[in-house]
Design a binder for this molecule. Structure first.
Ligand SMILES: [Zn+2]
Ligand SMILES: [Zn+2]
Length: 388
């Protein structure tokens, strides 16, 4: 048996582990690097593809931040570059329109897709890379989400958020100066997403105990390590230092690797993500703006922990519930809303989301547990009463 819970991301890559959970875990990412001057190695890293065309996918913002510079550099080194820059008046959405836009830039000479951005750009490129069997790599422009190293792309199809298990990037590259340039609101949001792991892990433990669902302690401990590292530097996060941006990125990579090693998002996503997806889909359906993913997950994680606390009497013996007060106080440390009302979510929408979010995907969480025990409606009423 091989333990990987203490390894650094680069020690995990290019290996496979016979795990105590009975499964073999492996992750086919070749390189993860975000030190100073990392991007100066890009021409050499892409060398196997120099005879093909490199399709760079960026958005208006990320192209200006770093894409243009990288494109010029690669051209100087003899690469044939093609650009797909997605422009929108609002944030780019990973929907059919964006997918189509990237697809129309692919042609028979495209040998590599170079994604320049964070969440959405990565999700689009990961999906298209898998479907067209064209390798891709990501230049991360912000420590904004943990999907870089995972194998899942959440996309919006017919207005609904659907997670596709697709594949991995060849590499994840960035530099500290780029990462710490991320706006404060994005850092806050990602902190919320990381806090969400506390309830995600509780949900996995709950399902393992109640339903005997398969569980991997190594992957869980990897995620827990990531969360604790971020919590430990919560105070420093908002000061815009390179150190803390890099620490945040370390945590996101670890959590993403846990998902990648496990093969799906179970280690890092539970009821808090289902609630957040429910709110997001409601906003998309109505054409309204919504808060950033991580802001919603942070609040939903607080809500989920409150739900756990309300049913301590019927949880399995010795079950350790997530600490709602701790989550709430950490949210306030980074000056983030801790309640759905603070995100502009209406009372009705909130009440409905507690009742229906569990149908978003087939994954057992505290919400399913409440339902099984006939407590879902009462808890929805009580939480709504408490939070509004
Ligand atoms: Zn998330
Ligand atoms: Zn395992």
């Amino acid at each position: 048996m091989e333990s990987f819970r203490h390894l650094s991301p680069n020690e995990i890559l290019n290996r496979s582990f016979e795990c105590s959970c009975g499964r073999k875990h492996t992750i086919p990412i070749e390189r993860i690097e975000y030190q100073r001057n990392t991007l100066s190695h890009l021409p050499q890293i892409l060398n196997p593809f120099i005879k093909t065309e490199i399709l760079m996918v960026a958005d208006g913002n990320t192209y200006g931040v770093i894409g243009e510079r990288i494109g010029q550099k690669l051209s100087e080194h003899g690469y044939t570059m093609k650009l797909c820059c997605i422009h929108r008046d609002h944030d780019v959405v990973p929907d059919e329109r964006s997918l189509g836009e990237v697809m129309t830039h692919l042609d028979e000479n495209t040998g590599f897709i170079l994604a320049v951005g964070s969440g959405v750009i990565n999700d689009l490129c990961r999906y298209i890379s898998a479907r067209t069997k064209t390798p891709y790599g990501i230049i991360a422009t912000a420590p904004s989400m943990d999907g870089y190293a995972s194998s899942v792309s959440p996309l919006i199809v017919h207005g609904k958020k659907i997670s596709f298990i697709v594949g991995y990037p060849r590499f994840i590259l960035s530099e500290p100066e780029i990462l710490c340039d991320a706006p404060e609101i994005m850092i806050q949001a990602v902190f919320g997403d990381v806090l969400g792991k506390l309830t995600a892990l509780a949900d996995w433990n709950l399902s393992a105990q109640i339903n005997g669902e398969h569980r991997c302690k190594e992957c869980m401990l990897l995620v827990e390590r990531a969360v604790q590292a971020v919590i430990a530097c919560a105070d420093l996060l908002m000061q815009g230092q390179e150190d803390s941006a890099v620490k945040l990125m370390d945590a996101l990579i670890l959590s993403g690797l846990a998902m990648g090693l496990y093969g799906n998002s179970r280690p890092a996503s539970g009821a808090e993500h289902h609630l957040s997806h429910y709110w997001e889909m409601d906003a998309l359906a109505k054409g309204h703006e919504h808060a950033l993913h991580g802001n919603m997950v942070g609040v939903a994680s607080h809500v989920t922990a409150l739900a756990y606390q309300k049913v301590i009497d019927i949880l399995p013996e010795g079950f350790i519930s997530p600490d709602a007060q701790e989550i709430q106080s950490l949210l306030s440390t980074v000056r983030m809303p801790d309640s759905p009302a603070g995100l502009g979510i209406s009372k009705d929408l909130f009440h409905n989301s507690i009742l229906k979010a569990m149908y978003i995907r087939d994954r057992y969480t505290i919400l399913g547990f409440l339902d099984d025990n006939g407590r879902l409606e009462t808890i929805a009423d009580e939480l709504t009463e408490y939070l509004y």
